[in-house]
Design a binder for this molecule. Structure first.
Ligand code: COA
Ligand code: ADP
Length: 577
């Protein structure tokens, strides 16, 4: 609940931030000079060593927050933007963005520093999840992280959405790989058999004995150590294919399925799964055994390597001929992962609102588009330069004007439980009951229980002009814990089955939606946000200029709709197609 004292505390901390005094209590920093013993034969810091330092810094940050030992559960995709040379300094900063139950997200930033020129540059950013472990068998309940600065508030809010994405990541990829249409499109990829290199020559198998220096104080093997061993075998496999020095560009999400301890033998296996024009995917599998016990699957990872020429440009790689059966399956799955990787990189690493609205929605990028949808709204809501434009009948209109965009927020408080308001406002197909601009709203696709795609028809902006239609992805999210708002995010997507037609002018929504805060058990603060696109601007510019108050009447109607339906018992389940 957003209490007054909490607001005051935040205000105080935001002032501290402005004065540059705030330091997150879980923040841990590590600085290392890269020595020849940390580098490969080309004088570049080995990524394995970097992963060890990153994991160690992040683990110490997690333990600082948890106050007890923590283990690495997963590390999200990492993209390495630069290599680091011997003699340069690596600076790593880690802090806990958010604690959930027994797990927490740790944000890790890696930068490089040249001591002679004083220059600094970013190498990568990563998000790792750590799980707090007590020696007794009971699950730990972590204390919450209280975000203090504006940046921490944004990260705290986005962490909830990233958690959702990582917990369904594996299932989404499996669903996609099993999807018949997707399999067909992949098998149609043609490759030149004559020039293809057999992958068998790239196969690597290597064993490691886990010794005390590889483990933490609980005798569990450090996650970073396992990642470093995996990177080592993957680099050997990649080098065998290209007979040159490969550079690691990206690692797909790591998930530590089970622990390993001192005394375990770790068997690491790697092979090139596929090559693309300028890059290759190497798969690695780590399994552990102890004495004559059966092998335990610890981790599998997929790494993307490039071979760079002397000017740093990627060189073309030869096609490969996979082994039959398993090799063939992995070859095809690597193609699928490449598509997913590209979507993910494009949609997630782009600035939220710069992802083109024409990105076609499909099952392979659905979680990333939903992530983008929710996080764009959360970032819009978190802007700290909202100006109150006017207030009427307890409905306030705020705006943020930036060089490229005009965003507005309409806000009111009313007597309704937040969850009830969320259920009623989530049902976009009922919006016409309070918003006269929604002439028609048709549910096109139920993506999952929280994401839906609608076609919305609105009147023309100009007199006598054509009706407009929008294809909108609506993503609704209940709070992750108390203090979070309910969120209903809307953005345009292109749905290949519903291209623009002559009947309507196709409009686009960059970012819009609601946040609903519980002020008390029976009172909610409802905020509607919109990053105004040219299609929406004419509706609101007169309100912002103070020339009309149509927006107030719409949101008064919204308040009335909520009051009229406050007792309505049916939970929101959009009707079938
Ligand atoms: N990514 C992020 N978090 C994950 C996850 C994943 N892939 N899988 C599980 N979690 C989180 C859960 O969401 C849960 O968080 P919460 O308590 O905040 O809600 C937490 O881990 C525990 O989940 P639970 O279902 O109770 O346990 P589990 O049986 O799924 O075990 C681990 C999860 C991580 C504890 C377990 O897989 C493990 O011990 N892995 C090895 C960890 C390790 O030793 N790493 C070092 C290298 S070996
Ligand atoms: P999958 O086979 O579905 O990809 P695994 O977890 O079995 O998943 O393996 C992950 C990756 O590790 C594989 O894609 C492959 O690249 C590599 N790998 C697995 N087993 C071997 C092996 N016996 N030899 C070499 N590499 C292997």
């Amino acid at each position: 609940m957003a209490s007054e004292s909490h607001h005051k505390e935040n205000l105080h901390n935001l002032q501290l931030e402005d004065e540059g005094q705030h330091r997150n209590p879980s923040e841990v920093k590590m600085s290392q000079i890269v020595l020849p013993c940390h580098a490969n034969h080309c004088g570049e810091l080995s990524i394995g060593q970097l992963l060890k330092w990153m994991d160690c810094t992040a683990c110490l940050s997690a333990e600082r927050h948890a106050g007890c030992p923590c283990v690495t559960a997963s590390v999200d995709d990492i993209y390495f933007e630069h290599t680091i040379g011997v003699g340069q300094v690596v600076n790593i900063k880690a802090k806990v963005n958010r604690a959930f139950n027994s797990s927490m997200e740790v944000g890790i930033e890696v930068s490089c520093e040249d001591l002679y020129s004083g220059r600094h540059w970013r190498v990568c950013q990563a998000f790792a999840t750590f799980v707090a472990k007590r020696t007794d068998a009971n699950k730990v309940q972590l204390r919450q992280v209280v975000p203090c600065t504006h940046q921490e508030q944004v990260e705290h809010s986005l962490a909830a959405e990233r958690r959702r994405m990582r917990l369904i990541h594996h299932d989404i990829i499996q669903d996609l790989l099993n999807n018949k249409t997707f399999q067909r499109s992949i098998s149609e990829e043609n490759h030149d058999e004559d020039e293809a290199l057999p992958t068998e020559r790239t196969r690597v198998e290597s064993v490691e004995l886990v010794l005390p220096p590889h483990a933490n104080h609980q005798v569990n093997t450090f996650g970073g150590q396992i990642m470093a061993w995996m990177e080592n075998v993957a680099t050997i496999a990649a080098s065998r294919l290209c007979n040159a020095h490969p550079t690691l560009r990206a690692i797909d999400m790591f998930h530590f399925r089970g622990p390993s301890q001192v005394g375990d033998r770790l068997v690491l296996k790697a092979i090139v799964n596929n090559t693309f024009k300028n890059s290759m995917e190497v798969g690695v599998c780590a399994e552990a055994y102890h004495r004559d016990e059966p092998l335990r699957h610890i981790n599998s990872a997929f790494m993307t390597f490039e071979v760079l020429d002397e000017k740093g440009r990627p060189c073309p790689l030869p096609p490969i001929k996979p082994e039959p059966q398993e090799g063939q399956r992995r070859y095809q799955e690597a193609l699928a992962r490449k598509k997913i990787r590209l979507d993910r990189k494009y949609i997630i690493s782009c600035k939220q609102t710069e992802v083109p609205l024409s990105v076609p929605w499909d099952t392979s990028n659905q979680i990333y588009l939903s992530y983008n949808n929710v996080s764009a709204l959360k970032m819009l809501a978190a802007k700290n330069n909202w100006d109150l434009c006017s207030k009427k009948n307890n409905v306030s209109l705020y705006t943020v004007e930036e060089s490229q965009s005009l965003c507005f927020r309409v806000e009111f408080e009313m007597e309704i439980p937040a969850q009830r308001a969320f259920i009623l406002l989530s049902d976009i197909s009922r919006r016409h009951e309070w918003d006269q601009h929604y002439i028609l709203c048709k549910l096109l696709l139920r993506v999952d229980e929280d994401d839906f795609i609608y076609q919305v028809v609105t009147p023309s902006v100009s007199k006598g002009g054509q009706y407009q239609d929008f294809i909108l992805l609506a993503s609704r999210r209940p709070p992750c814990d108390s203090g979070d708002p309910y969120v209903i995010a809307l953005r345009s997507v292109a749905l290949p089955s519903h291209p623009p037609t002559e009947e309507f002018h196709r409009g686009e929504v960059v970012c819009a939606g609601f946040t609903i805060y519980e002020v008390s058990k029976s009172v909610s603060k409802i905020s509607y946000y919109n990053q105004a696109s040219p299609e929406v601007l004419p509706y609101i510019s007169t309100d912002i200029a103070g020339l009309s108050s149509s927006f107030y009447s719409i949101f008064c109607a919204c308040r009335q709709y909520l009051l009229d339906n406050i007792m309505c018992t049916s939970a929101f389940t959009p009707s079938a197609l």
